[in-house]
Design a protein around this ligand. Structure first.
Ligand code: IMP
Ligand code: MG
Length: 184
């Protein structure tokens, strides 16, 4: 692995306020879809990218719920996954009989979610239903189909950082979502 090219955030794509408004809407949609509070709801965030999104999203859902995290590793370079995916950290919470919502930061090629077999795995463990919630979706980059039930924003094919998303582990802490520019 060579040294990384210098980089910086060149543009704000979604401001803190825009993200907040959209996350609130997603939380309201989920609250509406799962209004029967007798049915357990479990949100599963994919580490590390979805951690900030999940922590804001759960506070916008007005019903009882549990949340947990999984960690998936995909081999690849800094900006693209290879499709070879391993589960590094499994759920700590049982899923039987629960409605499960997988929470991802961004859906790009779809390879990570597809080849982690996370959806199949949750179904095999008798989840009552499995849905997918992504903050960002890059449909033009999709290589394998992944069902998306809740989506924050659809974006063009650009590499974004912030609000949990990284380039080489940098920028995750930004309150906004920005586009990276590589400096020659
Ligand atoms: P996929 O397997 O190609 O769908 O990519 C899934 C993962 O790659 C996401 O969960 C992110 O962690 C990462 N990723 C994809 N696109 C971007 C991006 O534009 N910025 C930061 N991370 C990204
Ligand atoms: Mg991710």
């Amino acid at each position: 692995m060579g040294s990384l090219q210098p980089h910086r955030v060149a543009e704000v794509l979604f401001s803190e306020e825009q993200i907040q408004v959209r996350v609130r809407e997603l939380g309201a949609a989920i609250s509406g879809d799962f209004s029967d509070e007798s049915e357990p709801l479990l949100l599963v965030g994919v580490l590390k990218g979805a951690s900030l999104f999940l922590s804001d999203l759960v506070r916008e859902i007005a019903r009882p719920l549990e949340f947990d995290f999984v960690a998936l590793s995909s081999y690849g370079d800094a900006t693209e996954t290879s499709g070879e995916v391993r589960v590094l950290k499994d759920l700590d919470i049982a899923v039987t009989g629960k409605h499960v919502i997988i929470v991802e930061d961004i859906l790009d090629t779809g390879l990570t979610l597809r080849f982690s077999y996370l959806i199949e795995n949750l179904i095999a463990r008798h989840a009552k239903s499995v849905r997918v919630c992504v903050l960002l979706n890059k449909p033009s980059r999709r290589r394998v189909p992944v069902p998306v039930d809740y989506c924050g924003f659809e974006i063009e094919d650009r590499f974004v950082v912030g609000y949990g998303m990284d380039y080489a582990e940098q920028y995750r802490h930004l309150r906004y979502i920005g586009v990276i520019e590589f400096i020659k």
